[in-house]
Design a protein around this ligand. Structure first.
Ligand code: KIV
Length: 264
C-alpha cells in the first residue's frame, strides 16, 4: 500500500521514525522508492544539485513541475511531496493556491512544502489545506531566505527559539501535516517535536525529531561539498569518475568494444 498522509501521522503516534529523501529525476526516484523511503521530496535543492545554480532561488514553477512529473513516473509507494519554488507562493494565499494546484493536477504529487512560519505563511497554509491540498511546513534555516539568513544555524538566541517554537505551533494549527526542521539546535528540535502532534522531519536538527530527511546527492556522495550535518553513505562521485575515465581510456586505446568473433 502506498504511504499516505494518514500513515505519516500514524508513524508519529507509533514512534516509528520517518525516512525522507529528495529526488529530481525518474532514475533516482525509482531507486529511492525501491529502497522503501517513506516520503520523497522533489526539493528545490534540485536547482543546485541538478541544474547547476548556486541557490534555490532561480528555480521556476515550470521547472519544478517538469522534474516532479519525472519523479512521479517512478514513485509507486512513497508519499510524494514537492517544494513550491521561491516567489511562486509568497505573494498571497491565492498565488500559492494556483501554484500548489498545478503541482497536484499536473505532476500528481500528494502534497506541497512551503518555507516559513510568519503570519502570512500560516494563512497561506490554512488556505491550501482548506482547498484540500496537504502541506508540509519548513522552519529554521529556510534556504529561500538565504540572502537574509545566510546558511547559518537558526534559533540560537532565546528570542529566536521562542519565535520558531511559536511558528511551529501556528503551522500545526493551520493544518500542516508535518514540519521540516532545518539546522536548528537539537534541544529546540526536541522541544518542538514534543509539543506537536504532527511529525517533525529534521535535517541538521538532531536525533529527537520524528524522522530525518537528507539531500540524496549528499547521501550518495555525489556532491562536491557535504553540509556539516549530512552523512555520505557511499562515494559515488569517486566511483563514477573512475568508471567514466576508464570508458574514455578503453575507447581511446581500442580496448572497448572488444573485437567480435562473428557478426551480430
Ligand atoms: O529542497 C530540499 O532539498 C529541502 C531539504 C529540506 C531536504 O527542502
Amino acid at each position: 500500500m502506498p504511504v499516505s498522509i494518514r500513515d505519516i501521522l500514524l508513524y508519529k503516534q507509533q514512534g516509528r521514525l520517518i525516512t525522507a529523501l529528495t529526488a529530481w529525476d525518474a532514475l533516482w526516484a525509482d531507486m529511492l522508492d525501491q529502497a522503501g523511503v517513506d516520503l520523497i521530496l522533489v526539493g528545490d535543492s534540485l536547482a543546485m544539485v541538478a541544474l547547476g545554480h548556486h541557490t534555490t532561488l532561480p528555480l521556476t514553477l515550470e521547472e519544478m513541475i517538469h522534474h516532479a512529473k519525472a519523479v512521479r513516473r517512478s514513485v509507486k509507494n512513497a508519499l510524494l511531496v514537492c517544494d513550491l519554488p521561491f516567489m511562486s507562493y509568497q505573494e498571497s494565499p491565492q498565488q500559492a493556491l494556483r501554484a500548489a494546484g498545478r503541482c497536484l493536477k499536473e505532476a500528481e504529487v500528494e502534497a506541497v512544502k512551503v518555507e516559513g512560519g510568519y503570519a502570512t505563511m500560516v494563512a497561506t497554509v490554512a488556505t491550501l489545506v482548506d482547498a484540500g491540498i496537504p502541506v508540509l511546513g519548513h522552519v529554521g534555516l529556510t534556504p529561500q531566505s538565504v540572502h537574509i539568513q545566510g546558511l547559518r544555524q537558526q534559533g540560537q538566541s532565546p528570542e529566536n527559539q521562542d519565535r520558531l517554537h511559536q511558528e511551529a505551533l501556528a503551522l500545526e494549527q493551520a493544518g500542516a501535516f508535518g514540519l521540516v526542521l532545518e539546522h536548528i539546535p537539537d534541544t529546540l528540535a526536541q522541544s518542538i517535536s514534543q509539543s506537536l502532534s504532527i511529525p517533525t522531519i529534521g535535517i541538521g536538527a538532531g536525533a529527537h525529531c520524528d524522522g530525518q530527511i537528507l539531500v540524496t546527492a549528499d547521501v550518495l556522495g555525489l556532491g562536491q561539498r557535504l553540509p556539516p550535518f549530512a552523512k555520505a553513505y557511499a562515494d559515488l562521485r569517486s566511483l563514477s569518475s573512475q568508471a567514466l575515465a576508464q570508458f574514455c581510456q578503453e575507447v581511446r586505446n581500442g580496448q572497448f568494444p572488444a573485437p567480435r568473433s562473428s557478426p551480430p
